[in-house]
Design a protein around this ligand. Structure first.
Ligand code: FAD
Length: 414
């Protein structure tokens, strides 16, 4: 079979893979996206995917820069201006408010399937991107300057770089011999969309319970929320099996009826929860992005945000190399990407791990410490503001797309 040529092969047409392909195409770097599923939006992890994703303003800027944000129907984009967090033992509630940092918003809520479809639409038919559905990379060979991929349908593609954007069970990671560390939380999250008696008022709410947090994420409709309810595996399976009415009653109790009655719920699904990370982000001409490189607990809604930031950073380095006539897959470039993203992703993973441990430990000493800590945090504006900005993806070592739009906002405001 004739060998095809492209700059970059991207295995996996999920949120991260498509974002990377579009970012690269905008800078004149071509790619072929190889997606295992037969559908354009990528394979749902479960037959019906009711996940509502929290999207940070940092990620929103990345999606805006590739004209994907504009493709999301306004009636499908929720927003939150405040976050309320409290725990199951009746400790103090911590409240975050965007007005405290003079920001119009803390974040957005978009259903995963809606975002996935918008990315697929933007990638489809775009010059510089070829989409190969129902196909996988089954092997590759490398030399000093290139990598040659063999696909399941027999195609041969030569490129400078192979990107594994193929999720937590990445085959590219295995083929590249990159080791992964995985911690099983022995938890599953039940995700669904619900209708509540009281309006959410654009507040994202989360209650921490011994077996995991339950979050109500405000959707555009004032009385609809996306729910992510983490629990022990057996309990989560039992919750999935309940009839709608009993499930709504149990959810209402777990959430202390903060939004009144849970009036109804749409399609429920469960997701296994694992923390994972790779020790190296690349090997030879193979590099990993998104869930293929790291997964975190969904309690802070950061997984996809981390993946899209990987894509933004990798594309920034590749496009800079291309514009200065340098190799787009040099060891030096990939090492820089690895250092940059590993540091930021490990930092976020560590913070989430500490939070998870603090909230799930109900020993009297930790409960006391947690209560006092929450009280103190609520009164310490400087720290709270730092946490808000960090969680919004607008501080730290952010890619140029994010920092330049911040600069523009600042200039316009001033
Ligand atoms: C319950 C829950 C709630 C969450 N909430 C949030 C949130 O609020 N905010 C947030 O930022 N994140 C959240 N996340 C995390 C987020 O969903 C993931 O981080 C994100 O979907 C990862 O995207 P990805 O493109 O890297 O991987 P994936 O979504 O796994 O996409 C991988 C793609 O690769 C394809 N593929 C797989 N294997 C192959 C192969 N061998 N060859 C070719 N293609 C292949 C798959 O079909 C798929 O299309 C949540 C996760 C869960 C479980």
């Amino acid at each position: 079979m004739k060998t095809e040529h492209t700059d970059v092969v991207i295995a996996g047409g999920g949120l991260t893979g498509y974002t990377l392909a579009i970012l690269l195409a905008r800078g004149g770097v071509s790619s072929i996206v190889v997606e295992e599923s037969a559908t354009l939006g990528g394979a749902p992890v479960v037959p019906c995917d009711p996940r509502a994703l929290s999207i940070t303003p940092g990620t929103q800027r990345v999606l805006d820069s590739i004209d994907v944000w504009q493709l999301l129907p306004p009636e499908k984009v929720g927003r939150f201006d405040k976050i309320h967090i409290w725990d199951g033992t009746g400790g103090e509630e911590v409240q975050f408010d965007c007005s405290e940092i003079c920001s119009p918003v803390l974040g957005y809520i978009v259903e995963q399937s809606v975002l996935q479809a918008a990315l697929a639409r933007q990638a489809k038919g775009r010059a510089g991107i070829e989409l190969l559905m129902n196909n996988t990379v089954i092997g590759f060979t490398e030399d000093a300057d290139s990598i040659v991929c063999k696909l399941a349908d027999g195609r041969i593609i030569k490129s400078s770089l192979l990107v594994g954007a193929d999720g937590i069970n990445s085959r590219i990671r295995d083929l590249a011999g990159i080791a992964q560390e995985r911690i099983d939380y022995h938890q599953k999250a039940v995700a669904c969309i619900i209708e509540t008696q009281l309006p959410h008022k654009n507040i994202a709410r989360q209650r921490f319970l011994k077996d995991g947090p339950v979050a109500f994420l405000p959707l555009p409709d004032a009385n609809r929320c996306g729910v992510v309810w983490s629990n022990g595996r057996d309990t989560a399976d039992d919750l999935l099996a309940l009839d709608d009415q009993t499930f709504c009653e149990q959810l209402e109790t777990a959430f202390e009826a903060r939004l009144g009655k849970v009036l109804g719920c749409e399609s429920r699904a469960v997701f296994n929860l694992q923390r994972s990370r790779v020790l190296n982000y690349f090997n030879g001409h193979c590099v990993l992005v998104g869930d293929a490189a790291h997964t975190v607990h969904p309690m802070a809604g950061q997984g996809a945000n981390m993946g899209l930031t990987d894509a933004a950073v990798l594309s920034e380095l590749i496009l800079h190399a291309r514009s200065t006539g340098r190799d787009i897959a040099s060891r030096q470039l990939l090492r820089k990407y690895e250092r940059w993203r590993k540091t930021e992703n490990n930092k976020m993973t560590l913070i989430l791990e500490v939070l998870k441990n603090i909230y799930e430990d109900n020993s009297p000493s930790v409960s006391l410490l947690r209560g006092n800590g929450m009280m103190l945090l609520n009164r310490t504006t400087v720290i709270k503001n730092k946490i808000m900005k960090y969680a919004m993806g607008i501080t730290g070592d952010v890619p140029a797309i994010v920092s330049s739009s911040l600069f523009e906002e600042f200039s316009n405001a001033g």
